[in-house]
Write a protein that binds this ligand. Sequence first.
Ligand code: SAM
Length: 300
Amino acid sequence: MNNSIFRKDGTAQGVAKQRLIETLANTGTRIINDPYADRFVLGASIIKLMGFKFSVWLTKKFAPGFHEHLISRTRFIDDLIKQSANSGSEQYVILGAGYDLRAHRLDLPSSLKIFEVDQLEVQTRKRSKLPKDIANSENVTYVSVDFNHQSLTEQLLAAGFDQNKSTVFTLEGVSQYISKQAVITTIQELAALTQKTNATFFISYVDELLNTNPEACFGKGYPKAAKRAETIKGLSAKVGEPWISFYTADEIEELLSKNGFLITENKTLADLNSLYFTPVGRTLPEDQIFNLEHFVVAKS
Ligand SMILES: C[S@@+](CC[C@H](N)C(=O)[O-])C[C@H]1O[C@@H](n2cnc3c(N)ncnc32)[C@H](O)[C@@H]1O
């Protein structure tokens, strides 16, 4: 890790890169828009020169559906946050925020207080790259926490988290990088923090099947599914952030229900393809579907 050019932010950059690529698509066909993503991506100017079509084609060579998986995850959460804010959520806690710019790129009500949680090193780098006059910065509080070693409760309360306000939490693209114990503790902590109010929790998780029966995580006819699964896991390990935790659907359901959460949605790219990509003429064929993670929404 110390020799890596990615100092704890390799995967955060990886996701920002896909958001940058999507932002380069025509406004009529893009699924999300992140005008700040280029600030966080090594080689952003080359990607801009290559443009949307060529960059997506290159990503497809690496793994068909990989780009669309990440972009549908971003859009799914964008929709969830806008909906939650409009129906009265007063706080939004972004767990493992990385280079997520949702706080600034979505048109959110100023009544929504946002807490961005991540490792200090990643947060410091992020803050140094944000424009000084970025929208909605007065509503964002940075909270540095290492989920493996620090208490989320202590840090959030010290940062002004209000236990009486209805809150939405998202753990996007993080559960695979941290221990199961850290995920369990985090869910226990957020359940305790919101005992007096309503809470919504989003978690993405990688299915245990990716190790035991990788073909089950891909659409029918997907080329070299098992090999692709290994490549993606290997790449993440290479930038110093190996995937260490995989879950079954039952495990996630049990963990959430034990802490008073009921699952209201459990989606994958296969489900979101027709919702997001079909209306703009970008339906992914079955043999390019990559259900890398599940997207789960649960309510207390
Ligand atoms: C793949 S990135 C996802 C970032 C962001 N949620 C997104 O989707 O763009 C994983 C994030 O988890 C954070 N992370 C990994 N291990 C962590 C830990 N032990 N404590 C806090 N954050 C951690 C990383 O710093 C990184 O920002």
